[in-house]
Design a protein around this ligand. Structure first.
Ligand SMILES: [Zn+2]
Length: 127
């Protein structure tokens, strides 16, 4: 049975945890930085013109958030299920053909559940 060793999975697990934190945190981080830049306006945050942040910042922020949710929500779901596979010990194994996913692919897409071959076959079926 093809399986990755815990030591092999570890770096990908860390990548996934960081990725998940970033995907989860992005929205609030954005909101916080927008708030602090419009609120401060003093010596520290001169890089962001405060009048820009003030005018119509509400709609601007909302549009941004929706974009983030759409593009990164799916990724977050994939990251979370990848972390579940880490816990199960099945991480790095293609869900379709049960063969090991190449490390180069895992480094590029640590949350992928499929090897290159199956991913391209699945894409052909989907579209
Ligand atoms: Zn496969």
């Amino acid at each position: 049975m093809a399986k990755l060793k815990k030591a092999e999975i570890k770096p990908y697990k860390e990548m996934l945890i960081h990725l998940r934190a970033r995907l989860r945190g992005d929205v609030s981080t954005l909101a916080n930085s927008a708030l602090s830049s419009s609120g401060g306006g003093g010596s520290g945050s001169s890089a962001v013109p405060s009048h820009m942040a003030d005018m119509g910042s509400d709609t601007f922020e909302q549009d941004n958030t929706i974009l983030l949710m759409n593009s990164e929500g799916e990724t977050l779901t994939m990251v979370e299920s990848a972390l579940e596979r880490v816990e199960e010990g099945s991480y790095g194994i293609c869900l379709e053909c049960q063969s090991k996913i190449p490390k180069t692919r895992l480094k590029a897409l640590p949350y992928t559940p499929h090897c290159v071959k199956c991913a391209s076959e699945l894409e052909e079926n989907n579209y």
